[in-house]
Design a protein around this ligand. Structure first.
Ligand code: ADP
Ligand code: ZN
Ligand code: ZN
Length: 768
């Protein structure tokens, strides 16, 4: 941190020039040492869908020496004013008649050199407009141009003289000595932190007057995450110990930690963080959308009660998020926990990147810049010379492939930590059984027995709502979405039919719109339907439904699960929201209502996802001292993949899928990109993609190393009124795809059809 010698007590913000001293990036790079007579031209990343940078003149009246790459500026763009990021300062532009930028927003840069390099790498790799990558990296408040010093406050740190003192130097002034000790051990502290620890303004002034400490302005520390109490670390078991020792902290490595649920992976993450923090570096923990629960945050906060933790997720207010982001980017936050976009945050002291549940689909952005946070985490670690740890009970085939071929270090935890034993899994055939709202009598009996023993039951149902379709018994009419090629889901309690793809809603009908018959049937099951049945049958126990309709926020989910955490017998029922992250030691029975859905999908990744989900759900059983049991209902109990999964576990299942993918020449054995297009007029989308394919083939004709498919309709052919198609390109090596896609983008940016939307999806995860 630069020292600026501001006196303690003065209002933050009055020292604008000093703001962000804590960013410490200032004079390091990019600043023009010799402006001479040369022109000063700002090369900017502007948030528009064009794959290039834009040149501007400096804002009027601004000294060129105030400009540093990484700062934000307001710039004029096609009659609008946009927030752009300064990428480079050059003296020549191919363009004439440059416009001046309007105004400088940041005194000190928000993005340091390494973080800019990283973002440019990502833009190249994903063929994304670089301005959009910068926008994706910024929290909304900063994206809108809010000045960063809105979240600034005073920081106290030792002077050179102060740093040279022994801890006992001020023994005659115990308060000053305590403060000195704190600063010696922990480095700079913010005003809020000092106050929270009981240090008074008088003590601070005293140290300043002795010339031992001084103040500067830096980002506000995010408010601490409340944790009930600090919890000490359990002693690692030998397996965990081995895993931890295999991860070096002084260089870049990638490790895949494959460990069943409850095997103590999180404990390993915490220990790795501990080591990295002790070396004075930052740790980044990426978690899936669903995984960032208050419970997870509390666990980490409880382990590191006196560390600064920044949480970056969608549940935060704009200001909170900006504050957390700034403290991460300033290097002030020790631990940064976040969902997907956190990987784009500048982290100047990065010492380790951990990706929890690395297989989770939410790490891949499905619109705009279609990056994979998991894959970028690896690049981030490489750039920082830091270890990357990918953890999962059910690794993605991509990561498993990398581990099995030796590209990643393969670490395993085979046993559950503590006393918990792996659950017993049984298949329950449903064909020919008298089902009651989708459950066999045997399953209902087991649920009853478990509850009456005072234990908890978790029922997993892959669909929310009452039923996935409503049909007329007399004429066969089906309630379709008028905008998508899909059925409307029936929600009985709120009396609506809803599309889960475009959110179209209409009132529930009592009679068939086609033949006016009053005999309508709800087809298939959903969480709401099961809740009704199970609520009636097990009326003595609370039935807790957890799905997107009952949990508007993370806090709501936390509240909903509170009775379950108390340990009372209850029945939890829900979608995949229940599959992850929750440690519910009293759940001894898990019921999977229907295992078949994903086994017959046209998406080649569907079996992988189904296997992951089933294994994760099953892993909720028996996490405490009581043994767990899992009942899996299926129409096809003999299905070889299902048998493999349930008998040998996900590991064997995934290895079999990898062999199948090799035969079919599919990822991860090949690299795959999709060029997507959608339009209200299906012909236009197809025409565009035909031409797109021709563009790519002109550069690289089909060969054994490179193949093209399409245009073909997406699995969900029509969504929100637009018809959707794609061209699929697969190649032996990723490097073969890049030049093709670059050419394609260049061509497509000039394509004249404003009604058409197109996108490049590198390493596409969804064919839908
Ligand atoms: P995972 O992340 O693999 O699901 P966790 O790290 O959450 O596993 O561990 C599961 C449970 O076991 C937690 O309650 C955790 O506190 C406990 N646990 C983990 N490691 C140990 C250990 N070495 N000794 C005792 N308990 C442990
Ligand atoms: Zn009808
Ligand atoms: Zn729809």
């Amino acid at each position: 941190m630069l020292s600026l010698g501001i006196r303690w007590g003065r209002e933050a913000g009055t020292e604008r020039n000093c703001y962000h001293a804590a960013f410490g990036l200032a004079v390091r790079e990019g600043q023009l040492a010799d402006q001479g007579a040369k022109a000063v031209i700002l090369r900017m990343a502007v948030p528009v869908p064009l794959r290039r940078l834009f040149d501007y003149l400096p804002p009027e009246g601004l000294a060129p020496s105030d400009l540093i790459p990484g700062q934000r500026l307001w710039v004029p763009f096609a009659n609008r004013k946009l927030v752009a990021v300064l990428v480079d300062i050059v003296s020549d532009s191919p363009l004439e008649q440059l416009k001046p930028a309007v105004e400088l927003i940041d005194r000190q840069p928000l993005f340091d050199g390494p973080s800019r390099d990283f973002l440019h790498w990502a833009a190249d790799y994903y063929q994304a407009p670089v301005g959009e990558i910068y926008a994706a990296a910024l929290p909304v408040a900063l994206r809108k141009g809010k000045p960063a010093d809105h979240w600034a406050e005073q920081w106290l740190q030792l002077t050179v003289e102060g740093k040279g003192l022994p801890e006992s130097a001020l023994a005659r002034a115990p308060r000053q000595q305590a403060l000195l000790q704190l600063l010696l051990r922990r480095g700079a502290q913010s005003r809020t932190q000092l106050k929270a620890q009981g240090h008074t303004t008088a003590t601070i002034r005293a140290l300043e007057e002795r010339g031992l400490a001084e103040c500067s302005i830096g980002p506000t520390v995010p408010p601490p995450i409340s944790s009930a109490e600090s919890s000490p670390a359990p002693e690692l078991n030998p397996e965990q110990q081995q895993v931890l020792e295999a991860i070096p902290t002084d260089r870049f490595t990638v490790s895949l930690l494959e460990g069943t649920t409850g095997s103590g992976k999180t404990e390993v993450y915490l220990r790795l963080m501990e080591r990295v923090l002790a070396e004075g570096r930052q740790a980044l923990l990426l978690v899936p959308e669903i995984g960032l629960t208050p419970q997870t945050l509390r666990r980490i906060a409880a382990r590191f009660p006196d560390r600064s933790i920044a949480a970056l997720h969608s549940g935060l207010a704009e200001g909170e998020r900006a504050q957390a982001w700034l403290s991460a980017a300033a290097g002030q936050a020790d631990i940064v926990i976040g969902t997907r976009s956190a990987v784009l945050t500048p982290l100047p002291r990065l010492g380790a990147v951990i990706v929890d549940e690395e297989h989770d689909g939410s790490f891949k952005q499905q619109d705009g810049v279609r990056y994979s946070a998991r894959d970028l985490a690896v690049v981030l670690g490489r750039n920082a010379g830091a270890p990357v740890l990918l953890g999962s009970a059910t690794p993605s085939l991509e990561s498993l492939h990398n581990a099995l071929t030796g590209r990643y270090q393969h670490l395993r935890l085979r046993n559950r930590a503590g006393n918990a034993r792996p659950p017993q899994i049984h298949i329950v055939p449903t064909l020919g059984q008298p089902l009651e709202e989708g459950f066999t009598p045997q399953v209902l009996r087991h649920i009853g027995d478990t509850l009456s023993r005072g234990e908890q039951v978790l029922v997993f149902i892959n669909r929310r709502g009452f039923a996935p379709a409503l049909a007329c018994d007399d004429c066969g009419w089906l309630a379709d979405c008028p905008h998508c090629s899909s059925k409307l889901t029936m929600h009985r309690r709120i009396r609506q039919l809803r599309c889960h793809h475009c959110d179209y809603r209409r009132a529930l009908v009592d009679s068939c719109p086609q033949c006016h018959s009053r005999s309508l049937s709800a087809l298939g099951g959903g969480t709401e339907r099961s809740e009704e049945l199970l609520g009636q049958r097990f009326a003595d126990y609370p039935v807790i439904r957890v799905d997107r309709d009952t949990t508007a926020s993370k806090q709501a989910l936390d509240r909903l699960l509170a009775p379950a955490r108390e340990g009372e017998p209850c029945l939890l029922l829900g979608t995949q929201m229940l599959a992850k992250g929750h440690h519910l030691p009293r759940v001894t029975l898990v019921v999977i209502q229907d295992a078949d859905g994903g086994l017959f999908s046209a998406d080649f990744r569907a079996p992988e996802r189904t296997g992951q989900l089933l294994e994760q759900v099953a892993g909720r059983a028996g996490r405490g001292d009581l043994p767990g049991r899992v009942l899996v209902q299926s129409r096809y109990p003999q299905h070889p993949l299902l048998q493999l999964l349930l008998e040998k576990g996900y590991g064997a299942f995934a290895r079999q899928l990898l062999r199948d993918r090799a035969v079919a020449q599919l990822p991860p054995h090949r690299a795959m990109a999709l060029v997507r297009a959608e339009c209200e007029e299906p012909r236009w989308a197809e025409e565009f993609l035909e031409a797109a394919r021709a563009q790519m083939q002109a550069l690289a004709p089909p060969s054994p190393q490179l193949s093209y498919l399409g245009p073909v309709p997406a699995l969900l052919e029509r969504k929100s009124g637009r018809f959707r198609f794609y061209v699929q390109v697969t190649a032996e090596r990723r490097g073969q795809l890049q030049p093709l896609l670059a050419r394609l983008c260049q061509w497509a940016e000039g394509y004249k059809n404003r009604r058409l939307r197109w996108a490049v999806d590198m390493d596409a995860q969804e064919l839908s």
